[in-house]
Design a protein around this ligand. Structure first.
Ligand code: AP5
Ligand code: MG
Length: 216
């Protein structure tokens, strides 16, 4: 199964991707997570990406495409993958098409998680992430068992660096301008599946699974 998870910042792409990994045993390829790890490690990529991420801007297409191309060479993608946060521009989508063509495979679906803007802000203000394993929580919608501590690894829960309201507003704005056109792009390729993401995490997950089982 080869799928793309799309949707505005805070739509729940990462949350759903993690659940799909557990259910289907295929890897999540999250460009945001790859970049955050590079920033934390202080690599050349990390230093470059940080400037863009801090401002809520997209990292240049060639940089991101190079990362994904390399990642898709790894053996664990043989049975499929979940792309989370990529592609995010038309040029990225076109590059992906070429990469997959070279691999001799095709996308099965692009799942677009739809959430209204006012709800997104609440998701950011309540989001907490584990500084060790990256697990994501929400103080109201998906709280950890013990406040401030990750259920999975015991790590400390922190606020993501780009979750400040001003940066979030910029990210939503960038989404509207640069990423939203992908909805029509994938619709025209008959790959687009809209999922109402403005419902509890488990309900959204059941609907995605239903679609993937062919019930959608
Ligand atoms: P990235 O990390 O991809 O961030 P994003 O797209 O802005 O999305 P988020 O990760 O913020 O949200 P999400 O949809 O994963 O939601 P989550 O599951 O966490 O990218 C960060 C930056 O990296 C970009 O700004 C850019 O600079 C760069 N970058 C990355 N990819 C790039 C690319 N391809 N090209 C160029 N630059 C790139 O959920 C959010 C919160 O809501 C959580 O607290 C969660 O618990 C809660 N929640 C989730 N689902 C629900 C629900 N159904 N109901 C209630 N609460 C929910
Ligand atoms: Mg995410």
């Amino acid at each position: 199964m080869r799928i793309v998870l799309m949707g505005p910042p805070g739509a729940g792409k990462g949350t759903q991707a993690k659940k799909l990994v557990e259910t289907y045993g295929i890897p999540q390829i999250a460009t945001g997570d790859i970049l955050r790890a590079a920033v934390q490690e202080g690599t050349a990529l990390g230093k470059k990406a940080k400037e863009y991420m801090e401002r809520g801007l997209l990292v240049p297409d060639d940089v991101i495409t190079g990362i994904v191309k390399e990642r898709l060479k790894e053996i664990d993608v043989e049975k499929g993958f979940i792309l989370d946060g990529f592609p995010r521009t038309i040029p990225q989508a076109e590059s992906l098409e070429k990469i997959l063509e070279e691999m001799g495979v095709k996308l099965d679906a692009v799942i677009n998680i739809v959430v209204p803007q006012d709800e997104l802000i609440e998701r950011f203000t309540g989001r907490r992430v584990c500084e060790i394993c990256g697990a994501t929580y929400h103080v109201k919608y998906n709280p950890p068992k013990q406040e401030g501590i990750c259920d999975k690894c015991g790590g400390r829960l922190i606020v993501r660096a780009d979750d400040e309201v001003k940066t979030v507003e910029k990210r939503i704005d960038v989404y509207e301008r640069e990423t939203k056109p992908l909805i029509d792009y994938y619709r025209s390729k008959n790959l687009l599946v809209n999922i109402d993401g403005n419902r509890p995490i488990e309900v959204v997950f059941e609907e995605i699974k239903g679609f993937l089982r062919g019930e959608g």
